[in-house]
Ligand binder design. Structure first.
Ligand code: 16G
Length: 166
């Protein structure tokens, strides 16, 4: 749906044309067998995720209409998921019951780095969030990635994330 929207991609790369043998699309059920979960383990600890758990989470996300936009890049020659990123649209009461967009779990397989795919994922989801009417977009990242995200219009806002792990 967002493919057709006006975008500002450069270098010939776009959501509808992510590169040779590559397709950018929403996550689908079959992606369990295409290494989606495995790819996420390049981002953080994933642990054991069974097919059943994956399918349950997939349909739960899908049924919470308009909240989760999990997108993937597939290498169709290999039948492998090599990139992924998620837009979460969080509903608020503030800002006249607006929504806040969060970019989460951005990962490109290390074999496919340097092909502007991270840029593609982040730009596409940022445009999608904007098109969906989010009043702001945010993401968490390491300081070393600030430059990368700044190139898409993100900037530190003086607030710092505080976390508690369980
Ligand atoms: C990064 C990710 C975040 C992900 C977290 C996992 C981006 C922009 N940020 O902060 O979405 O959930 O790493 O790390 O992709 P954790 O396992 O330590 O929570």
């Amino acid at each position: 749906e967002w493919d057709s929207r006006k975008s500002n991609f450069r270098n010939g790369i776009s959501p509808s044309n992510p590169g040779e043998n590559l397709v950018y699309r929403p996550l689908s059920l079959g992606d369990f067998d295409k290494g989606f979960v495995n790819l996420l383990s390049q981002l953080t600890k994933v642990g054991e995720v069974s097919r059943e758990q994956f399918e349950k989470r997939f349909s739960s996300m899908k049924s919470s209409n308009g909240t989760y936009y999990v997108t993937v890049i597939e290498d169709i020659e290999k039948g492998e998921i090599i990139g992924a990123a998620t837009l979460v649209v969080e509903q608020k009461f503030i800002h006249k019951c607006a929504c806040r967009g969060r970019i989460e779990d951005v990962i490109v397989s290390n074999v496919y780095r340097g092909k502007q795919l991270g840029k593609l994922l982040v730009e596409a989801l940022t445009l999608l969030g904007k098109a969906l009417g989010c009043y702001k977009m945010s993401l968490e990242c390491k300081e070393e990635n600030f430059k990368f995200y700044e190139s898409f219009g993100y900037s530190p806002d003086g607030q710092h994330f505080m976390i508690q792990r369980f």
